[in-house]
Design a protein around this ligand. Structure first.
Ligand code: NAD
Length: 366
């Protein structure tokens, strides 16, 4: 079992518990310690509640104890990632970081200087852990949809008009926009990942429109049009002011032979519409393309694979990646993404802001 140490992710946080559970579901990881919160009481309470033996006062103290764990998990607010990442990478500590990796293009440039063959850095893009999303990737690869014409991804949420009651939301750090607005870092990073995961291609140009509709005075609704060098077009919509949507992640892929549609809130079902006019819905109980993997069937079909399970799939992949890393083999693969991929996402989001400001198409690579 790999030993993990957490920075952030307390019982009071949003991301902490899913990581704690998902990392341990298949007994590949054990959380041996952490500094879970800036609040000393919550920090202690988290370790106690989750029966974690070691609790540190701050992350510098934790990093000094690096011999006691195999990898560090960064779960602090996005603007704080860079500081910890820098320290950890300098000390050659393997890192598993929440998305988005950092919050600016400049930060990716600085971070890149710290990467070398002895660094392990992966980002938890958890939505591609869903079995049906992985199945869709496989079907696109097999050309079952024909040539892909366009992709539409949306992640509408209502949280700025109707915050969830279960957590303190929005947190202060989510109400400050830098050059790349927080909503793009929060939600756009997921859509960038999914578009690449499915298409295997990065967009070359973006046209964006930012809006703010809520009382918070930050960008809370973003539309992006994308162009791809292969001729495909893309359309991304992120919103925190879309009433009726708790977390309405939705994927549509249109090809010459068929289209596909998947909703995160009904993750078991993947719908295809063929050029014959036929519509087909498949689930884990159907004849699927993916190599049989017991991870996708912890529970029999009809029992929805949830958000936390998709995290667990990713954690298993990260365990393989760490194994490869420690055996001096390449560790990034189809399911585990690291720096380059994250940097491409930041580049797109950066160009989107330029496009929004200039009201014109921008090259992502410029
Ligand atoms: N993959 C997903 O679906 C998903 C979902 C939610 C959040 N996230 C990501 O997870 C990260 C955290 O988001 P969140 O919503 O859980 O934030 P949060 O504000 O709810 O929790 C952050 C936690 O980090 C702690 N913290 C802050 N600074 C710290 C420090 N210096 N040392 C130790 N602990 C510190 C806070 O006390 C808090 O417990 C963000 O990068 C966010 O983008 C990802």
């Amino acid at each position: 079992m790999f030993k993990l140490a957490f920075i952030g992710g307390s019982i009071d946080s949003i991301a902490g518990y899913p990581h704690f559970i998902a990392s341990q579901m298949d007994k590949r990881f054990e959380v041996i310690g952490g500094v879970f919160s800036t609040d000393a009481k919550i920090n202690e309470q988290t370790a106690k509640e989750w029966r974690i033996p070691k609790v540190y006062n701050d992350y510098k103290e934790l990093l000094k104890d690096k011999k006691s764990f195999d990898a560090l998990v960064i779960l602090t607010p996005t603007p704080h990632h860079y500081e910890v990442l820098t320290e950890a990478l300098i000390q050659k500590i393997p890192v598993i970081c929440e998305k988005p990796l950092v919050n600016s293009l400049q930060a990716t440039q600085e971070l890149r200087k710290l990467l070398h063959k002895d660094t392990f850095l992966v980002v938890t893009n958890n939505y591609s852990g869903y079995p049906m999303v992985r199945e869709l990737q496989q079907k696109i690869k097999n050309k079952e949809l024909g040539d892909i014409l366009s992709i539409r991804l949306k992640m509408p949420q209502e949280s700025f008009l109707r915050p969830p009651k279960s957590v303190k939301y929005p947190q202060k750090w989510r109400l400050k926009d830098d050059f790349i607005p927080m909503i793009s870092l929060d939600l756009g990073s997921h859509l960038h990942h999914l578009s690449f995961f499915l298409l295997g291609e990065e967009p070359t140009e973006v046209m964006a429109q930012y809006s703010h509709f809520s009382k918070y005075g930050v960008v809370d609704d973003v539309n992006m049009l994308l162009k791809y060098s292969s001729g495909m077009s893309g359309n991304l919509w992120l919103s925190k002011t879309a009433l009726g949507n708790r977390n309405g992640l939705h994927i549509e892929v249109y090809g010459t032979k068929a289209s596909a549609s998947w909703h995160q809130e009904t993750p078991e079902q993947l719908e295809f519409s063929y050029s014959s006019g036929q519509k087909v819905i498949i689930d884990r109980g159907s004849d699927v393309e993916m190599i049989a993997n017991p991870l996708y069937n912890r529970m029999t079909p009809g029992h929805p694979a949830g958000f936390i399970e998709s995290f667990a799939n990713l954690y298993n992949d990260i365990a393989h990646a760490l194994e490869n890393f420690f055996n001096k083999k390449p560790y990034l693969n189809n399911y585990v993404y690291g720096f380059e991929h994250a940097r491409n996402g930041i580049k797109l989001l950066h160009a989107a802001t330029l496009s929004h400001e200039e009201k014109q198409w921008r090259d992502v690579d410029a």
